[in-house]
Structures are given as structure tokens and as C-alpha cells.
Design a protein around this ligand. Structure first.
Ligand code: IMP
Length: 202
């Protein structure tokens, strides 16, 4: 089919909406780790790596709800290859900033992943407890391949045995919000990633 008459041109990789910016809620925040523009640039580079690594293969992105919604959304649109998506919801955190140590499936996949190339998309890996559980669970379903991409990784994650193929940023051991990451359900739609001001959780 001749698409030459189409008025929609391909935008630059990683083009995104601005949303709520750190400057809009600066009284709630301590400092900004990454701006929306920096997140977008990094994600575009990872998308290019994934495009290359999965060339010629059908790829299923498995987003871990709720935190990975922004990552899946932006990553998939920064990719130039067709992919499919599915979602899992897993609980490992309460409403505070400490891991509860309890992992359970709140929502399972709707797709049978047997024989498929699966890429788990995480927002953040902290202790690695959630990811470790997820990888073992999905591996038992016998996918053709199983890899992990996370937007952020904290230092403790390095001590877990789970291999992460694609990492957005290695960050310090601080509680961060924005770009899908929440504190008690808030700040997910902050476009930048920042630490919270102490008065928010004290
Ligand atoms: P892990 O099992 O300790 O690796 O924790 C992973 C989950 O904890 C993530 O998917 C997030 O939901 C949550 N989490 C860990 N660190 C943070 C953070 O700094 N901000 C927001 N959520 C976090």
C-alpha cells in the first residue's frame, strides 16, 4: 500500500507529553533525580536495543501493574517493532516505603506465554523480591525466552540472583516517586522522578 499521502509523520523516538512537573509540586519534593526529558532519552536508547535484540521475533511485553504503566506505554511507543502486551499485578508493598516481604498475584496474565518471547517490564527493582517471584513464576510456564527490563534499580537488587537485561538507571537507596512510582497511591503521574520531602511521610 502506498502511504506517501499520509499526513502523520514519525516523531523523534521518545516524544512524550509533559504532565505534572516537579516544579508544580515542589513543596512535596526533596530533589529531582531525573527529568521527563532524561527519562525519555534513556527509554529511547533502550527501545532501540530491544528493537535490535528481538529483530525477527514476536515480543510480548509483560507490564507489572501499577508502577510500570508509564514505562510500558512510553517504551512500546519508542520501539519501532510491533509487539503485544499483557499485565500482571503483584503486591509486595503496603502504603508505606518499606517492603512487606509478602508477594502475591492480584491479577494474572490473560495470555498463554508458552513458547513466546517474554520481556517483563518493571518500574523499579528494590530488594528484588517481587521480580524474583515473578521470574520463577513465569519461567515455569515455559516461554521461549524470558528477560527483564526495569526503569530503575536500587543497590540491594545487585545482591539478588535475578538477571536484568535492560536497566534504565541505577539509583541510590532512596524512596522515589513519579513516572508510575507512587507513595500511598499518589505521584504516579508526575512526569519527573524525585525524592519526597520528609514532611510527606513523617
Ligand atoms: P522489591 O520487591 O523490593 O524489589 O520491590 C519492588 C516494588 O516495590 C516495586 O515494583 C514498587 O512497587 C515498590 N518500590 C520499591 N522501591 C520504590 C520506590 O522508591 N518508590 C516507589 N515504589 C517502590
Amino acid at each position: 500500500m502506498d502511504n506517501s499521502g499520509w499526513r502523520i509523520r514519525r516523531p523523534a523516538r521518545g516524544c512524550r507529553l509533559s504532565g505534572v512537573r516537579a516544579a508544580d509540586i515542589s513543596e512535596d519534593l526533596s530533589h529531582v533525580l531525573y527529568t521527563a526529558e532524561e527519562l525519555s532519552t534513556r527509554l529511547a536508547a533502550i527501545a532501540a536495543d530491544i528493537d535490535r535484540d528481538y529483530a525477527g521475533k514476536d515480543l510480548l511485553l509483560v507490564g507489572v501493574l501499577n508502577g510500570a504503566i508509564m514505562v510500558v506505554s512510553d517504551l512500546s511507543r519508542a520501539m519501532t517493532k510491533h509487539c503485544t502486551m499483557d499485565w500482571m499485578a503483584i503486591s509486595s508493598y503496603g502504603s508505606g516505603t518499606k517492603s512487606s516481604g509478602v508477594v502475591r498475584i492480584l491479577k494474572d496474565l490473560t495470555t498463554d506465554i508458552t513458547g513466546k518471547h517474554v520481556l517483563i517490564i518493571e518500574d523499579i527493582v528494590d530488594t528484588g523480591l517481587t521480580l524474583s517471584y515473578l521470574v520463577h513464576n513465569l519461567a515455569s510456564r515455559e516461554p521461549a525466552s524470558l528477560q527483564v527490563m526495569t526503569m530503575f534499580r536500587k543497590p540491594d537488587a545487585a545482591t539478588t540472583v535475578v538477571e536484568v537485561a535492560y536497566v534504565g538507571f541505577d539509583i541510590p537507596n532512596e524512596f522515589v516517586v513519579g513516572y508510575g512510582l507512587d507513595y500511598a497511591g499518589r505521584y504516579r503521574n508526575l512526569a519527573d522522578v524525585a525524592t519526597l520531602a520528609p514532611h510527606i511521610y513523617s
